[in-house]
Ligand binder design. Sequence first.
Ligand SMILES: Nc1ncnc2c1ncn2[C@@H]1O[C@H](COP(=O)(O)OP(=O)(O)OP(=O)(O)O)[C@@H](O)[C@H]1O
Length: 219
Amino acid sequence: MIRFENVGLRYGMGPEVLRDISFRIEPQSFQFLTGPSGAGKTSLMRLLFMALKPTRGLIKAFGKDTATISQRELPAVRRRIGVVFQDFRLLDHLTTYENVALPLRVLGREEAQYRADVIELLKWVGLGERMHVQPQVLSGGEKQRAAIARALITKPEVLLADEPTGNVDPPLARRLLRLFIELNRLGTSVIIATHDFSLMEQIDARRLVLADGRLTIYE
Ligand SMILES: Nc1ncnc2c1ncn2[C@@H]1O[C@H](COP(=O)(O)OP(=O)(O)OP(=O)(O)O)[C@@H](O)[C@H]1O
């Protein structure tokens, strides 16, 4: 569903931070993206989300070449990809429920149609009791789960999560991992960027390992 072929990326006139990257994200697959700090994980995630364009090579997402896709087509392709950012990006003046519902409001949906889905998803991530409070009173792990719920509310086919366990203790990290595994079992492709070896050791999943801008894949 997403394919990279000989992709290279540089920022401005700087050196290439990603070089000759080729891989595929298959439907219903589960993979970790890892590598040392500065290896280019966030840059690769931004390419996957089409927040950046490659400086060379080809990226195809759902059959569309991301270099030539029109501004008109881009939102529809992007909606098929959910993203959980490292810094959550929740809106402070909205409640947890409103944050999670926001992508649907932006799509022009009526609350009566989505209310039950939002509540069910909040319960699924364990925030059923926290849906009417604002993000500033949520713990780091609760914010993380709210950000995951917001990424999932539009039922994306691919979920990208950048260091989703970076701010939580080991038991919660295991719980979040179980949530991602369950999501994958339900049909979503999952890509988790992480430094956390103890997290990766918990399951036998594909690893995309970046080092010095190059990618090695361990199936
Ligand atoms: N906007 C930018 N402008 C210029 N250089 C950048 C920019 N963003 C990242 N870089 C450079 O690209 C390289 C890869 O950075 P990136 O953030 O993708 O790595 P990372 O593996 O995600 O690191 P970390 O694990 O520390 O978040 C680094 O050398 C970084 O300095």
